[in-house]
Design a protein around this ligand. Structure first.
Ligand SMILES: [Fe+2]
Length: 378
């Protein structure tokens, strides 16, 4: 070996060592015929010629190793089937670690060469990344819940409204068979939790004033989808939260606001959120109107089925209230204020949070304003 090739070998070995790769040759019976120093470092002891490969692995992998050996002996084996094999490996100390192995029969010989890569650091890094992602997801949800609470502090008449809308929306999505693969579930949940965040910009004297609202006051309240959207539009949720905030008062026939969207312009998450919002809002007291019974809310939804409201979402509500859907009426009804006799502070899933936060509606000084059929929020 020349000095140059020797230096190259040292450099190669150092590189292989740094990426935790080792090489060994084995005969068709599975006995080690040679191994690289990188493999010795990986196993923290010399891998002695004559060792059977099953001694380098935990017992539970013995059968799989035997299958690989017979595949190597079979000339008809597809070489690709012997790449990227995942095994456990066992150090001299007995500690096991994950490896990826590429095995290949050496042409014209009874030997095979196996390139073994230690995956410990890679998998640990993946675990760390995953837990960091979970942590940031959890922080995100907590932040959104904090924002939701901020809205409800300013608008105590709707305390718990956003949480109940979120729960009703998830019950609808569950009934429709949505899964969380696309992140739509999370977008729906987070969007509903802060769908009224724009009310932060509405004077509380308007939000909490009993009686009929003037056109100007109603106009101010009706700006909340846009101001809410402007508040969060630059937050990269990765899921359609901003759409739920901006579009939750849109109706499929174009009669909603603020953008008078219609049909397919209204996103799927929003279609469900809008139905959940109407159901919860109609059955809740507002300073300017009394709560309506569940039947009235249901009648409104069914009347607008397929025109104002998404037909499938309305059908899901009907199924839920009939107790025919997986998320049963038993779970849904306590979320609906009118059904819970307005005592959702004691019955709902947010009982502890709401108990001191939901005031009795003030005595009305004027005739309650009757909202239009498509406006029960606002
Ligand atoms: Fe709203």
């Amino acid at each position: 070996m020349t000095a140059e090739s020797d230096a190259t070998g040292v450099a190669l070995e150092a590189a292989l060592g740094s990426v935790r790769i080792g090489v060994l040759t084995v005969d068709l019976d599975g006995y080690v015929r040679s191994s690289s120093p990188g493999l010795d470092r990986m196993f923290e002891a010399p891998v002695v010629v004559g060792t059977h490969v099953t001694e380098l692995a935990p017992e539970e992998d013995a059968d799989r190793i035997a299958s690989v050996l017979s595949a190597l002996a079979d000339e008809g084996t597809d070489p690709d089937s012997l790449k990227r094999l995942r095994f456990g490996a066992r150090k001299a100390s007995g500690r096991t670690f994950p490896v990826m192995v590429n095995v290949e029969r050496i042409e014209g010989s009874d030997l095979s060469v196996a390139v073994v890569r230690d995956l410990s650091q890679l998998l640990e890094a993946q675990d760390r990344a995953l837990s960091a992602e979970r942590r940031s997801q959890s922080v995100l949800v907590q932040l959104v819940q904090g924002l939701s609470t901020a809205v409800e502090f300013r608008d105590p008449y709707t305390a718990g409204h956003q949480h109940r809308v979120a729960d009703i929306a998830l019950a609808i999505a569950d009934t429709l068979g949505w899964d969380d693969e696309s992140g739509m579930w999370q977008g729906l949940f987070l969007g509903c939790l802060i769908h009224d965040i724009g009310k932060l910009y509405v004077p509380s004297s308007i939000l909490n004033r009993p009686g009929r609202l003037s056109g100007l006051e109603m106009g101010l309240i009706r700006e909340h989808p846009v101001t809410g959207y402007q508040t969060i539009e630059h937050v990269d949720f990765g899921v359609p939260v901003a759409a739920v905030v901006r579009q939750h008062h849109e109706r499929l026939d174009g009669s909603g606001y603020p953008d008078h969207l219609s049909g397919g312009e209204v996103q799927p998450c929003v279609r469900i959120a809008a139905v959940a919002d109407v159901l919860e809002a109609m059955t809740s007291h507002r300073p300017y109107r009394p709560a309506k019974p569940v039947d009235a809310a249901l009648a409104e939804l069914v009347a607008g089925r397929g025109s104002r409201y998404d037909g499938e979402a309305v059908d899901a509500v009907v199924l839920l209230l009939d107790g025919a859907a997986p998320a049963s009426a038993e779970a849904l009804l306590p979320l609906i204020p009118a059904q819970a006799g307005q005592d959702y502070a004691a019955q709902g899933p947010f009982a502890d949070r709401n108990r001191d936060a939901v005031p009795e509606p003030r005595a009305r000084q004027e005739q309650p304003q009757q909202p239009t059929s498509t406006d029960y929020g606002p």
